[in-house]
Design a protein around this ligand. Structure first.
Ligand code: ASP
Length: 343
């Protein structure tokens, strides 16, 4: 039978407990939570420095993280000397430049284009997919058709330097992802001097936290050089190449995309941060997952993860040495950090 007196007693007690709880929280929370470092933007590889600078213009003017990441990655997408992203990217085996990109905002909205040809800024087409369609991904000819309908210009993306590299590659036609080429050999002044397979692959993955404390991310690449026509990597796959959860943080990846897809890498990193891992430890755990499943493969490939949490703390981890990332915040505009690695 319902006992009114007991009920009143119990609810009085819980109200009292709630009051104590609120009071103690009021004492504890402000001093226990470290101040958030915002705005801040991070991105993969040395070429992230120039991309971060463009993103910073948006962030430092109190702009949105979403605009910052889109405008940030425009820089390598348009940079013809960067042969692993956008215009000037190395082609597939058939000599076609096919681009993969995705974008994700603080509300969990996302858009992606897969194997898109002829458009210099695939990231902006991905954003249009997110904002103007009920879909998340558009691929190949359909993605191109949509881009043209949205007013994007059709352009030849195969530069003379990349065409030359491809023709050189065709002589042996051996598909061999090369590790960390960007650091040792990235020679912006004269990329054409380098042999055919030396800018084999890379991606710009970028995560920004804006002044309002909102996170967004972007990821864009021409993928693995000399891949099969139609091959899609991790970069445009939400959860693999990029993932953002505005409550927790964001993660992005670079390297051999097949291994990242197999492990849903970026989602894994964010979920590990949810469990309390630091960004670097979360990236490390995701790398270890890849190594554990395929130790022999992992010896000869590169995969790197980069992550930031809601407090603006960041970290990275890669299978191989040589992975770098760029950081830009109010303290430092052009910081390049060597990511830790398993080997
Ligand atoms: N993850 C890219 C892909 O597999 C390439 C890279 O970042 O190196 O297409």
């Amino acid at each position: 039978m319902f006992n009114r007196r007991k009920f009143i007693k119990a609810s009085a007690l819980s109200t009292a407990l709630l009051a104590i709880d609120k009071k103690s929280m009021a004492n504890v929370v402000p001093s226990a939570v470290a101040p958030t470092n915002k705005p801040i933007v991070i991105s993969t590889w040395d070429f992230g420095v120039a991309a971060n600078a463009a993103a910073w213009k948006v962030l430092s003017a109190n702009g949105k993280a979403l605009d910052a990441v889109e405008q940030g990655v425009w820089v390598p997408e348009a940079d013809e000397s960067n042969q692993s992203v956008g215009y000037g990217g190395l082609p597939d085996r058939d000599g076609k430049v096919t681009l993969d990109a995705c974008i994700m905002d603080e509300a969990g909205n996302c858009g992606a284009v897969l194997a898109l040809e002829y458009i210099v800024h695939p990231i902006s087409v991905a954003r249009k997919v997110m904002e103007k369609t009920p879909h998340v991904m558009l691929a190949g000819d359909g993605a191109l058709q949509f881009a043209l309908e949205q007013g994007f210009k059709k352009e030849n993306l195969l530069t003379p330097a990349s065409e030359k590299a491809w023709k050189e590659w065709l002589k042996q036609a051996k598909y061999e992802p090369v590790m960390n080429i960007e650091n040792k050999l990235y020679d912006k002044a004269s990329p054409q001097k380098l042999p055919g397979n030396q800018y084999n692959h890379d991606t710009i993955g970028m995560i920004a936290l804006d002044a309002k404390g909102n996170l967004s991310g972007a990821c864009t690449t021409s993928g693995m050089a000399y891949k099969l026509h139609g091959r899609v990597g991790d970069s445009p796959i939400i959860g693999a190449g990029l993932y953002i959860d505005n409550e927790i943080g964001g993660a992005t990846s670079t390297g051999v995309g097949e291994e990242v897809v197999r492990n849903v890498g970026s989602f894994l990193v964010v979920e590990l941060m949810r469990q309390g891992y630091s960004p670097e430890d979360a990236c490390k755990e995701a790398v270890m997952r890849i190594i554990k499943k395929k130790p022999e493969t992992a010896k000869n490939i590169q995969v790197g993860f980069l992550a930031m949490n809601k407090k603006g703390e960041y970290g990275a981890y890669a299978i191989q040495k040589g992975f770098t990332y760029a950081v830009c915040d109010a303290k430092k505009q052009d910081l390049v950090i060597k990511g830790k690695s398993y080997y």
